[in-house]
Write a protein that binds this ligand. Structure first.
Ligand code: RIB
Ligand code: CA
Length: 317
């Protein structure tokens, strides 16, 4: 039985790596992309989502999401990391399709009623749409099979500030609400993404194995890797967003912890992820009434990268 996935995304080069994986994986039924700001503006994310789906032969829907964070002014998109068009300057032909008539939140609500208990919502950008979803339909927490969020940094430094990871920094109030909700949530923070580096050799191998999928990804990765080289001294790039899907397909690649989560919504550490291990008590009131969630705290790069190569290579056209 294929896993029904809705991917909430701000494409974005590592988002494109995740979208390719979702389309290529035989065990995934990609129902839709819902778009959000972050790496680009929401309208640009919608444009990129439609173009990537068309380019890779997917008829998944695209439902456009929120344009601004729920409680702070929006930040300038991270064009420095993903390029002015969000795809490393690589020219993917524009789609002839239009976005769905429903907005992202209404689309997810409608789909969850059509497939109660079956849909896995994977969020790989700021979680504004998910916070609006909780506001609009409290029953959603029992109609989704799982919610997997790429975001935050638990036992590691952030990547936008020393304290905050980009997705949570872009909408900290939404992140705090999403992590405090009583739904089956798994968090994929920088702890599980940073151990994996797609080197230039790895990307070229992907391009050889699958010109249609690996070719554009390798071209995009050249821009993305330029940021990692100049800012982090890393030779390659990190496929953050793919982890939100790989938890479903190769769970053995990950080490887990369980505990309560919160996100700072003000002050110099705004966007910082707060974590209290399961079964422990403390004087910190911010975890009161919050459920324990699974957190992916480490990754076996060998297992993860072998799987990604196998899945993408399976699409040789
Ligand atoms: O911090 C990494 C996250 O921020 C990824 O989702 C990347 O695409 C950016 O959105
Ligand atoms: Ca992203």
């Amino acid at each position: 039985m294929k896993q029904k996935i809705i991917l909430d995304t701000d494409p974005g080069i590592d988002d494109a790596m995740a979208i390719a994986y979702a389309i290529a994986h035989p065990g995934i039924d990609l129902l839709a992309l819902t778009t959000i700001f972050g790496n680009v503006r929401t309208g640009e994310a919608t444009r990129n989502a439609l173009a990537l789906l068309d380019h890779w032969g997917s008829d998944a829907d695209v439902a456009e999401g929120e344009f601004t964070p729920i409680a702070i002014p929006g930040h300038e998109p991270s064009y420095l990391v993903h390029g002015r068009n969000g795809l490393g300057g690589i020219d993917i032909p524009p789609s002839r399709r239009s976005k769905h008539a429903l907005g992202a939140v209404d689309y997810i609500i409608e789909a969850s009623k059509r497939h109660p208990g079956e849909i896995i919502l994977c969020a790989v950008g700021p979680v504004t749409n998910l916070a609006r979803l909780l506001e609009r339909d409290s029953g959603i927490v029992s109609r989704l099979k799982a919610v997997i969020v790429m975001g935050g940094a638990v036992h590691r430094q952030g990547n936008v500030t020393p304290m905050a990871e980009a997705n949570f920094w872009n909408d900290p109030h939404a992140a705090d609400q999403v992590l405090g909700a009583h739904w089956p949530l798994v968090l994929a923070p920088l702890d599980c993404t940073m151990p994996v580096v797609f080197t230039p050799d790895y990307m070229q191998a992907l391009a050889r194995q699958s010109p249609a999928f690996g070719g554009p990804l390798a071209a995009m990765a050249e821009f993305y890797a330029g940021f990692y080289r100049s800012h982090l001294g890393i030779s390659g790039c990190v496929p953050h967003d793919v982890m939100a899907l790989s938890w479903l397909t190769v769970p053995g690649a990950f080490r887990l912890q369980k505990g309560a989560l919160a996100v700072l919504t003000e002050g110099p550490a705004i966007g910082q992820t707060l974590f209290q291990p399961g079964g422990t008590r403390s004087r910190a009131r911010c975890f009161d009434g919050r459920p324990d969630h699974l957190v992916m705290v480490d990754t076996d790069p060998g297992i993860f990268m072998a799987d990604y190569m196998t899945v993408i290579s399976g699409h040789t056209r």
